[in-house]
Design a protein around this ligand. Structure first.
Ligand code: TXA
Ligand code: MG
Length: 350
């Protein structure tokens, strides 16, 4: 398949760039799969109401069929068409955080696809805060099912070239709108009950949610690493975001990180370090890449996947990563790092 690429200026979506949006929307109406930018990561979109279109997403990504998709909408009516009951918690959260990096889970309406929701009786929905994504949804007139536009298991794409690396030739088109903003996926929150439950940490933090609704719970499977606990969000059980070389998170001082690196190099390994602006000049290894500054964890979120992918362009045998405080967006950063590392952690005091 020839994958069409459109470059769309997100500041000129409704003017100069609109013919490209129309072409991409026309392909979506023909049940084709088109990748597009959102404020979190690139999504791989298709008509959420048509199984033959949704099936193409699963096929292109190599996604397991037990992992449901998020439906992207641009207006309230589309939400009403997908669910019977918008709970008070869902109402408050969507009024505050939409459009934005928040995905809500609600009981789905009868007739909503089993393929889309992987047989669950709930559906995940979000309104992205990105002009291009919103214009595509509006122009096509369709709610768009869209997982992250990477091959299953790979880091999510924050640039159109990442989508190309993974999916060129496998999908109808890619709308290149430049770098995404947040860099990590949306926060997935179960809103079916009275107390919202975080199924996946993401762009909207627990602290932000609590300010709006008070108590917020976290799926216990995310906090403990007990194999017996099954995550409520099916996607969270898969190894994800992984670079090719094995990744270890190092918890401890910069000196300890250097010690761990030196040891691996002595063993003949070519060593990469996922570092920060603060440490990059102090660490001696074969490849040292910075993800951003510790002074602003958002810079780290924005570059994490790009840096994980960048290690694949090098010849490192092993990667050691600094670790980050689990506050604010740090919770989502550490969640993704731990998954990328397959929970391999080296601790100074053990
Ligand atoms: O920021 C994002 O959310 C991006 C952009 C493209 O919008 N999308 C994204 O989709 O990250 P994906 O498919 O990579 O992740 C969706 C997550 C998975 O962990 C999936 O299991 C969960 O949402 N999910 C979807 N529907 C669900 C449901 N009904 N119940 C529980 N979890 C659900
Ligand atoms: Mg994903």
């Amino acid at each position: 398949m020839n994958t069409i690429k459109w470059i769309v200026d997100k500041n000129k979506v409704k003017t100069e760039s609109y013919p490209h949006v129309q072409q991409a929307a026309a392909l979506l109406q023909q049940d084709e799969v088109v990748a597009f930018p959102t404020e979190t990561v690139y999504g791989l979109g298709a008509n959420a109401l048509k199984d033959s279109a949704v099936a193409k997403i699963f096929k292109a990504k190599g996604r397991p069929s037990d992992n449901p998709l998020i439906v992207h909408i641009s207006n309230q009516q589309q939400l009403i068409n997908l669910v019977d009951n918008i709970t008070p918690v869902a109402k408050k959260l969507t009024e505050t955080f939409w459009p934005g990096p928040l995905t809500i889970i609600l009981k789905k309406k009868a007739g909503i696809s089993e393929l889309l929701t992987a047989g669950l009786d709930t559906v995940a929905i979000r309104m992205p805060d990105h002009e291009i994504a919103l214009a595509l949804i509006e122009e096509s007139g369709l709610p768009l099912a869209a997982p992250s536009a990477n091959l299953s298991g790979k880091p999510s794409p924050t640039l159109a070239k990442h989508v190309e690396e993974d999916l060129n030739g496998k999908i109808a088109g890619i709308v290149d709108g430049g770098a995404t903003g947040v860099g990590l996926e949306s926060t997935v929150v179960d809103c079916t009950g009275d107390i919202p439950v975080i199924f996946r940490p993401g762009g909207v933090t627990k602290e932000q949610l609590e300010k709006v609704v008070g108590r917020v719970d976290v799926d216990p499977a995310l906090e403990k690493e007990e194999a017996s606990l099954k995550p409520k969000s099916p996607g969270m059980k898969y190894t994800h975001y992984a670079p090719v070389a094995p990744l270890y998170i190092v918890e401890g001082s910069p000196q300890y990180l250097q010690h761990v690196v030196d040891k691996a190099r002595k063993d003949g390994k070519i060593v990469g370090v996922l570092s920060t602006d603060e440490q990059i000049d102090r660490i001696k290894a074969d490849v040292v890449l910075t993800v951003g500054t510790r002074k602003d964890l958002h810079t780290i979120a924005a570059h994490l996947y790009e840096v994980l992918r960048a290690f694949n362009e090098t010849s490192v045998d092993i990667i050691f990563s600094e670790s980050f405080p689990q506050v604010g967006v740090g919770a989502a950063i550490m969640n993704r790092l731990q998954k990328a590392a397959g929970h391999k952690i080296v601790k100074e005091n053990e």
